[in-house]
Design a protein around this ligand. Structure first.
Ligand code: TYM
Length: 336
C-alpha cells in the first residue's frame, strides 16, 4: 500500500523559534519514516509581508539548515524551496477562480495583517490561503503538521479542494491539520502577549539560534505572578505556557515536582517558586537547543551541501507536482 502524503511549510521571515519547533518541526521529524513527506520553505508567501528580499536568501538557507539540524533527513523527505516548483503557481491560478473575496477578507490572518501593515494590503496577502491550499494540494497531501494558528487555513484548503472536485472531478483528497496527540499546539510568547512569533517581541521569543546566555535571560524574564490563590487552581495562560515548555524539554520528575508545588500553593502558603522553576527550565532549554544551534550553523555555512539538498528537494517535489498538475489540467480541460 502506498504511504499517505504529508506536507508542511515554513515562511522564511525570520529566525525559527520554539513555536515553530513544537508546533510543526517536531512532528515533521516523527512523521518522516511513516509517510511520504514534502516539507518546504514558503518564500513566495513571505513576499506578502516582506517585499524586501535582501535577507531572504540567508533566511531560506537558515530554515533549511535548522530543519535538518532538528532531525529531518533530506534523503527520506523532499525538502525544497517553494519558488523552485512553478507547478504550485499554476495550481494557485486555478484555485483562485474558486475562492471568493468575501471569505478571503474574513480570514483571521488577513485581518491581522491588514491591522499590522495597512499601507501594504496587497492581493497576495488576500489570496494567501489560496496559495497555501495550492502548496498542499499539489502533492495531494492529506496530513498537514502545523500549529494551532494554521487551523483556519486548512479548513479553507478543504473548501477549495471540495469546490474543485465538485466542479471538475475528483482530483484532491481533503487535507487535515495534524499533530501527534489530541490538540494542535500553540506556544505563547514569554511576555504573555499572544503567540510566540518570528518578528514580535524578540526578548519574549526563544529562537533555535539563541545562545545559552540569551535563553537563560529570556526565560528568567518570562511573565509570572504572586502564585495561585487556592490549591489546585486553574493556571493563567502564561503560567501554563511555562509548564508546557517544561513538559517539552525537562524530565517528567522535574515537571511533576513543579506541578505538585503549584497545586499545593494558595494565598499565604505559596509552595511554588517561579524563580526556581524558571532557572530549571532555562537550564533544560539551553541543553535542548545547543545541539540544534550548533548543527544548524555547520550546515548553514556549507553552501555546497545546501545547494545539493535544495536541488535534490526540488527534483522530488517537481516530479510529484507535475503529476498532479497533469491531472488538474485534464480535469479542467486545459489539455489541447
Ligand atoms: P509559519 O512560518 O508562521 O510557521 C511555521 C509553522 O510553525 C507553527 N507555529 C507555531 N506553532 C505553535 N505555537 C506557535 N507560537 C507557533 N508559531 C508558528 C505554524 O503553525 C506552522 O506550522 N502559512 C504557514 C506557512 C505555509 C504552510 C503552507 C503551512 C505556507 N504554505 C502549507 C502548511 C502547509 C505559516 O505562515 O507558517
Amino acid at each position: 500500500m502506498s504511504k499517505e502524503v504529508v506536507l508542511s511549510g515554513i515562511r522564511p521571515t525570520g529566525f525559527l523559534h520554539l513555536g515553530n519547533y513544537f508546533g510543526a518541526m517536531r512532528n515533521y521529524v516523527r512523521m518522516q519514516d511513516d509517510y511520504t513527506c514534502y516539507f518546504f520553505v514558503a518564500n513566495w508567501h513571505s513576499l506578502t509581508t516582506h517585499p524586501d528580499t535582501k535577507e531572504l536568501r540567508n533566511s531560506v538557507h537558515r530554515v533549511i539548515a535548522e530543519n535538518i539540524a532538528c532531525g529531518l533527513d533530506p534523503e527520506k523527505v523532499a525538502l525544497y524551496v517553494q519558488s523552485d516548483v512553478p507547478e504550485i503557481a499554476e495550481l494557485y491560478l486555478y484555485l483562485n477562480m474558486l475562492a471568493y473575496k468575501g471569505e478571503l477578507e474574513k480570514t483571521v490572518t488577513f485581518k491581522e495583517k491588514v491591522r499590522l501593515q495597512p499601507e501594504n494590503v496587497n492581493a497576495g496577502l488576500l489570496t494567501y490561503p489560496v496559495l497555501q491550499a495550492a502548496d498542499i494540494l499539489i502533492h495531494r497531501a492529506v496530513k498537514v503538521p502545523v500549529g494551532k494558528d494554521q487551523e483556519q487555513h486548512l479548513e479553507m484548503a478543504r473548501n477549495f479542494a471540495e469546490r474543485f472536485n465538485y466542479r471538475y472531478g475528483d482530483v484532491f483528497p481533503l487535507p487535515y491539520a495534524f499533530n501527534y496527540g489530541t490538540e494542535l499546539v500553540r506556544i505563547m510568547s514569554l511576555d504573555g502577549n499572544g503567540k510566540m512569533s518570528k518578528s514580535e517581541n524578540q526578548m519574549a521569543t526563544i529562537y533555535l539560534a539563541d545562545d545559552d546566555e540569551s535563553i537563560r535571560k529570556k526565560i528568567m524574564k518570562a511573565k509570572t505572578d504572586q502564585g495561585p490563590a487556592t490549591q489546585n487552581a486553574e493556571k493563567p495562560d502564561y503560567i501554563q505556557n511555562l509548564f508546557t515548555l517544561m513538559k517539552l524539554v525537562s524530565s517528567p520528575d522535574t515537571l511533576q515536582k513543579f506541578e505538585d508545588d503549584f497545586n499545593a500553593s494558595s494565598t499565604g502558603n505559596c509552595v511554588i517558586r517561579y524563580g526556581d522553576m524558571k532557572k530549571q527550565l532555562a537550564e533544560d532549554m539551553a541543553r535542548f537547543i545547543k545541539p540544534i544551534r550548533e548543527k544548524a550553523e555547520d550546515i548553514r555555512l556549507n553552501s555546497e551541501l545546501l545547494a545539493k539538498i535544495i536541488r535534490q528537494g526540488a527534483d522530488k517535489a517537481r516530479a510529484s507536482a507535475s503529476e498532479t498538475l497533469d491531472r488538474v489540467r485534464s480535469s479542467v480541460g486545459m489539455n489541447y
